[in-house]
Every structure is written in C-alpha cells, then in structure tokens.
Design a protein around this ligand. Structure first.
Ligand code: ZN
Length: 310
C-alpha cells in the first residue's frame, strides 16, 4: 500500500513543520496508483485558480506555480512580463486507506530509532488536497457532468503515463450509474476539508520575488528552497483579507470574489448553521449538496449535514 516516496516526503515535511502541513494526493510516475478517492467538491464549488508556472530547477519535479495576482484584482508581475497563464484546479478528496504517519504527543512524526525510518500505523481514510493542471481539470469537468457530480461516488485514479494530462479517472464501480451516497465517516471527514483559497494564496511580495528570481534574469537562480512556490509553500496561516472565505466569516456561504467558481466550504464549525437538509432525496452524493438549500425541513440532527455552499 505505502509504495513510493510520498509518505516519506510528507513525513519529512511533517517533521519539519511540527505536523501542521497539508497532505497531498500524489499521482505521478513514481506513485501511479491506482488509488481510490472520494472527491469533496463538485460543480460551482470546485476551486480553480489562474496560475503562472515556473521552474526552480531542470527536472519535472522542479515545476512550481504561483497564483496570478489578477485573482485578487491586483496587478500581476507574471502577466506584466508575459508569462503564460493556465488554470489550476484544487480539490479536497478523501483518500481511501492512506498510510498514516505515527505522531508523538508533540505532533511530530515518529522515527523508529532502530531503522531511522518513519513509523506508520494502520491505513485510514483521510482528507488530502489534490492539485491538477488544466488538462486534468478539463477532464474532471467532463466527469462532473457525465456522472452526476464528482461527489456522487468513489473514483479510481491512476497516473495516465504522461504529465500532460496526468490523471486517469474512472468510477470505482462503473456499473453503478447512480453512485453511492457518502458514508457517515465520509461526512465526518467532509468537515475536515482544507480551505483551498488560503492554500493557493500567493502574496504580491511572493509573486514579485518569484518573478524576479525564477522568471527573469537568472533562469535557475539558486535557492532551491521551494518555500517561495506559491503552491507548495503557501502559508498555512495566511490572513485571508483579499479574497473569499475568511476564517471567521459569518455563516453565509463564502463568496467567490475571483469569479472562478471557487467558493469554499469552510472546514470550521460555522458550516452546520446554514446547512441544507441532510441527504435530501435529490442528492445522489449524500453530502447534502442538492439544489434545495432553502428548505431546511428534513430532520437533520445528529450527522449535521454539511452542504456545500448553495
Ligand atoms: Zn498574472
């Protein structure tokens, strides 16, 4: 199950950051899958961002991108020098049976003193962040409409064999057109979704630094820290002042200030108050995302439905 290096890399990241890192879904040549996932956004709630790509080194893995400042209504240094814009799609997904890094009480990953390797407990379903480029994003959009919403079923995702469109995605059970409603545990995990606006944030200062350092005079200008990558290095505690989804927002659904359909369901406890009825009949996903947000009639108590913004 725990093939490839991503678990190790993530353990290292967790070690470095004391456990406050964002886990990623890895689908690539070294970790091709298949993996089973449950996607936690669909339709208008999918987060997409205009980005500019750049490289911090010669290898494929050195690719990074930062969010175009037009997303925040600001002048963009990337656009100013003519960098190509593409659309990145980021999603919260439940990764089934993901290897779980063991952590100490301090939140740091635990190493086996004998082997020096990080220790893993039993695998479990876990919310992780998936980030894909434009071709895979287009494919996801097609699947979203073809299969009644990305949230309606489990998917099998594999590396396609090419980085152009890196994902191959098919229903885990292709014979089941209707899909399977979310389980109770899935609904609990839904409440742990990451704030992807925050996650994708690139500050004006960061953008300017990236353009100066990697897109201007010196193509690979040293400093392989990776901390300036808008995507990889997005600060976890960024004050979300310039765009949608403030942390302490009123319970109203976050407005998509960028116009990219990026309204985010906050993982905070603020969500249940404004919920749609839990599992209305017309909601094949079981996540309470049916198009009936204004009729809280169903007895929705214990499981606290968590409809995505209406
Ligand atoms: Zn730009």
């Amino acid at each position: 199950m725990a093939k490839g290096w991503s678990a190790v890399e993530q353990a290292a990241a967790a070690q470095a950051e004391g456990g406050s890192f964002t886990p990623y879904l890895k689908i690539n040549a070294s970790e091709p899958g298949p993996k089973i996932i449950r996607i936690l956004e669909q339709g208008e709630d999918v987060n997409t961002f205009p980005v500019h790509g750049y490289k911090i080194g010669p290898a494929q893995k050195d690719y990074r991108s930062f969010t175009c400042q037009s997303e925040y209504g600001l002048p963009c240094p990337g656009c100013a020098i003519g960098l190509k814009t593409s659309i990145r799609t980021v999603l919260n997904v439940i990764e089934r049976n993901r290897p779980q890094i063991m952590r100490g009480a301090d939140g740091f990953a635990i190493k086996d003193p004998a082997t020096g390797q990080y220790k893993f407990g039993p695998p479990a379903d876990e919310v992780v962040v998936a980030s894909v480029g434009q071709p895979t994003g287009n494919m996801l959009r097609e699947k979203d409409s073809k299969w009644r919403g990305l949230m309606t079923r489990d998917w099998e995702v594999k590396f396609s064999g090419t980085t152009t469109q890196s994902w191959t995605l098919e229903p885990a059970d292709p014979t089941n057109a209707a899909g399977e409603p979310a389980s109770e545990n899935d609904k609990l995990l839904f409440a742990k979704k990451y704030n992807l606006d925050e996650y994708m944030y690139t500050s004006p200062e960061e953008a300017a630094e990236i353009v100066r350092k990697y897109c201007g005079g010196s193509p690979q200008g040293g400093g392989f820290g990776g901390q300036t990558g808008g995507f990889q290095g997005a600060p976890q505690q960024q004050p979300a002042t310039q765009f949608a989804a403030p942390q302490q927002a009123a319970p109203a659904p976050a407005v998509d200030a960028g116009g990219f359909g990026g309204a985010v369901a906050q993982p905070s406890a603020a969500a249940p108050a404004q919920e749609a009825p839990a599992a209305p009949p017309a909601d094949p996903s079981g996540f309470g995302v049916a198009a009936t947000p204004a009729a809280p009639t169903a007895p929705a108590p214990a499981q606290g439905g968590f409809g995505v913004a209406g």
